[in-house]
Write a protein that binds this ligand. Structure first.
Ligand SMILES: Nc1ncnc2c1ncn2[C@@H]1O[C@H](COP(=O)(O)OP(=O)(O)OP(=O)(O)O)[C@@H](O)[C@H]1O
Length: 347
């Protein structure tokens, strides 16, 4: 269907690791069926992203994708939230309310943190899965619903079943198609693409550019918060180092406690052996055509342009000096001399 074009899974699930490529293929495959899917994996790894991609790949794409966090809704409200209620069915039910099952009719219902669902609600959910019928609280008749259920959890549901916290029959029902999303630490080769993705997505006033050394450091990180933590990192880097190129030292500081951070200033950074350099130099001033009306400092302008081109080349070459020299048609030794001149030797 998407021959030669980008499918929703390609667009939404970023990464080049084999694991992510496999997830994209799985998303396209399982989207064709209606069987329930249970997605497991650590928090922030991309379970909801995968669920949305499956929905977008399916025949239900034009219908709603309704997400509900089973762990975040107070226990006494979850039934009304899922099933809805008739007016006057309980104190406070001033008007009729459509529940999430009905809201998702024709589309996909995403039940996040399913492991936190109350035991008595699990029985009711199982009944809906079996009969595809929903009865609002206080209603005398049921409504037919056509929904695909995708659930997700960071817990080990088999353990929850063993401890009688989760019904085994519901586990089987929900997990007809089980999919595991691996942690980011298991696929660090996705880090550069994810950084670029969030840079494009989040770029506000200016983005922080990462040198090769900075990216290498990120790939060594454990990422306990997975892709969500990486996204926060990019946002943080942009706020604190927007318009600059940062190196390993700054990454180290950004991954730790912000209290210790020395805010970026190229000169100060160079003085303490750091790796922050302005990036890129003032584009607008350079692009302006000189009318000759007032004097310019040609030497300074040429140096600024030179510095900017070197930084772009180094960025493109991910810090590999010989590759940057090739892009600039310079000898490697000449480039190294220039990098020394502009204090970008530590990249
Ligand atoms: N492969 C990916 N491509 C692009 N963005 C991603 C990817 N994986 C995760 N994200 C982004 O990372 C953040 C966390 O992802 P998501 O909410 O899907 O994780 P989750 O596993 O459902 O987390 P939780 O268990 O805490 O609900 C979101 O901002 C999401 O857009």
């Amino acid at each position: 269907m998407y021959v030669g074009a980008v499918s929703p899974a390609d667009r939404m699930i970023v990464g080049k690791s084999r694991a992510v490529e496999h997830l994209r293929q799985l998303a396209r495959r399982v989207a064709q069926a209606d069987a329930s899917i249970m997605i497991t994996g650590p928090s922030g790894a991309g379970k909801e992203v995968l669920a949305r991609a499956i929905h977008e790949e399916s025949r239900r794409a034009s219908k709603p994708f309704v997400a509900i966090n089973c762990g975040a809704i107070p226990a006494d409200l979850i039934e009304s939230e899922l099933f809805g209620h008739e007016r006057g069915s309980f104190t406070g039910a001033h008007a009729r309310r459509i529940g999430r099952f009905e809201e998702a009719n024709g589309g996909t219902l995403f039940l996040d943190e399913i492991g936190d669902m109350r035991f008595d609600m699990q029985v009711k959910l199982l009944r809906v899965l079996e009969d595809r019928l929903v009865t609002r609280i206080g209603a005398s008749s049921a409504v037919n619903v056509d929904i695909r259920i995708i659930s997700a959890t960071h817990q080990n549901i088999a353990d929850a079943v063993a401890q009688s916290r989760f019904r085994q029959d519901l586990h089987f029902r929900l997990g007809v198609l089980p999919i595991r999303v691996p942690s980011l630490a298991e696929r660090t080769e996705d880090v550069p693409l994810l950084v670029e993705h969030f840079q494009n997505y989040l770029a506000g006033n200016g983005r922080a550019h990462l040198s090769k050394a900075a990216l290498d450091r990120l790939e060594q990180h454990e990422w306990p918060g997975n892709v969500r933590e990486l996204r926060n990192f990019v946002e943080r880097a942009n706020v604190l180092f927007g318009g600059m190129m940062i190196g390993r030292n700054e990454v180290e500081e950004l991954l730790g406690c912000l209290g210790r951070i020395e805010l970026a200033d190229a000169a100060a950074s160079a003085a303490r052996g750091g790796t922050v350099v302005p990036f890129p130099a003032n584009d607008e001033a350079q692009a302006r055509v000189w009318s000759g009306e007032s004097p310019i400092n040609l030497k300074e302008l040429l140096e600024t342009m030179e510095l900017e081109r070197i930084q772009i080349a180094l960025d493109m070459a991910q810090g590999v000096v010989s590759e940057a020299a090739r892009l600039l048609t310079l000898k490697r030794t000449t480039l190294i001399e220039k990098m020394r001149k502009y204090s970008i030797g530590a990249l």
